[in-house]
Design a protein around this ligand. Structure first.
Ligand SMILES: Cc1cc2nc3c(=O)[nH]c(=O)nc-3n(C[C@H](O)[C@H](O)[C@H](O)COP(=O)(O)O)c2cc1C
Length: 379
């Protein structure tokens, strides 16, 4: 049990994270999320004060490289540096090769996925399954670090199970092997996304190594961000689900850490403009057909806790073209603007614990789920 000591906010705001030669503009990181953190979304979060973002994972298997999906995941054009690509796999040589391949295509940092609990990943003993095989985890880290001359970072969980938490051993191994920074999701592989986040183990990891440690798990408000920094002593914070539909959370947290004051919610006019810019970038990146289909989940998140959101979604989810989708978004936000100047969430935060505890199927229409999400959340 820790006592939260309230560190003066100004000292928190002065934190900086160095990843190899890169000093991040702040300590707030967009978590890698398959099917979510594509280039348009990463760029949007960076514009809204995220200091750093990691791409969706790309499989190390070279046979997967030529799919349209992989091609898009390698596209970093226009993204604020440093661009970081996460690779996933279980074979050291394949991962080393994937690291070289991505660096040749513009990745400035390589992140290794040892945090993902999805069956699709873990069935081939990759992702967080590697935490159960420390020698293999070490061989992978050593092979990737040796393969590229850019910083290599690692994302882990606290261990395979609550009884076998080995994050400290993995962290020491990673530091010895030359890893530049470590992100720790404070749950075990077995816990998937269920149960309280174990910030104490993150704190223990931070106390064990000298490389930057980034705390991850359930950070969904500026106050929570401050408390997690104080509890863990971490160098940075990684935010995933709370940024879905609320990319301005990075700005809110940055402001709160710097001043101790909460920013008001965005104005409806600003949110409308940001969402439409996001949509335009999303369609340009994914193309009309895929773009219209995959934009639905973002629109679901944007309106999850807003008045009239359910009705909006029932309408926008059947729109078949980007022109129709944008027109419905404009109409909806114009209606909201007539009611209030700023966004009003039905819950204080769109992604409060209560909302996120709902089965995923209740949060958005089933046809909009990324297959990865279904597997991970069902695990
Ligand atoms: C939809 C979704 C996709 C994810 N994809 C990845 C991934 O590709 N690689 C990874 O390391 N973690 C992935 N994660 C885990 C997140 O990076 C993060 O560790 C987790 O969501 C906990 O942080 P949060 O509570 O801030 O969401 C994913 C999580 C979600 C919800």
């Amino acid at each position: 049990m820790f006592v939260v000591c309230v560190v003066p906010s100004s000292s928190l705001s002065r934190r900086f994270v160095r990843i190899g030669p890169y000093v991040l503009s702040n300590a707030l990181v967009v978590a890698p999320m398959a099917g979510v953190t594509d280039r348009p979304f990463r760029q949007l979060c960076k514009r809204l004060s995220a200091g750093y973002a990691i791409s969706e994972m790309v499989g190390a298997d070279p046979r997967l490289r030529h799919t349209e999906k992989s091609r898009r995941r390698l596209d970093h054009r226009g993204e604020f540096p440093p661009t970081a690509v996460q690779i996933a796999g279980a074979d050291p040589r394949m991962l080393a090769d994937a690291a070289r391949y991505n660096v040749a295509r513009g990745a400035q940092v390589i992140d290794i996925n040892m945090g993902c609990p999805a069956k699709k990943v873990c069935n081939v003993a990759a992702g967080s399954a590697l935490l159960s095989n420390e020698p293999l985890a070490e061989a992978i880290v050593a092979a990737v670090v040796a393969a590229v001359d850019v910083p290599v970072t690692l994302k882990i969980r606290t261990g395979p199970t609550l009884e076998t938490r080995n994050a400290m051993a993995i962290a020491r191994m990673a530091e010895r092997a030359g890893v530049a920074a470590l992100a720790v999701h404070g749950r075990t592989r077995a816990c998937a996304f269920v149960g309280a986040v174990d910030y104490e183990t993150i704190r223990a990891v931070k106390a064990t190594v000298r490389i930057p440690v980034i705390a991850n798990g359930d950070i969904d408000s500026p106050r929570r961000a401050r408390d997690v920094l104080a509890l863990t002593g971490a160098d940075g914070l990684m935010i995933g689900r709370a940024a879905q539909g609320r990319p301005w959370i990075f700005r809110e947290i940055e402001h709160f850490l710097a001043t101790g004051e909460e920013l008001p919610a965005p104005t409806v006019a600003e949110a409308r403009a940001l969402i439409i810019e996001h949509l335009d970038d999303h369609y340009a990146f994914h193309g009309e057909d895929v773009g219209v289909r995959t934009a639905r989940k973002h629109l679901g998140w944007y309106t999850e806790s807003l008045a009239g959101g359910a009705l909006f979604r029932s309408e926008v989810n059947v729109a078949q073209t980007s022109v129709d989708q944008v027109a419905i978004v404009e109409r909806y936000f114009d209606g909201l603007a007539a009611e209030s100047e700023r966004l009003i969430y039905e819950t204080k935060y769109a992604h409060s614990a209560a909302v996120r505890a709902l089965p995923h199927t209740q949060r958005m229409p089933i046809q909009n789920r990324a297959p990865w999400v279904g597997e991970a959340l069902a695990a």
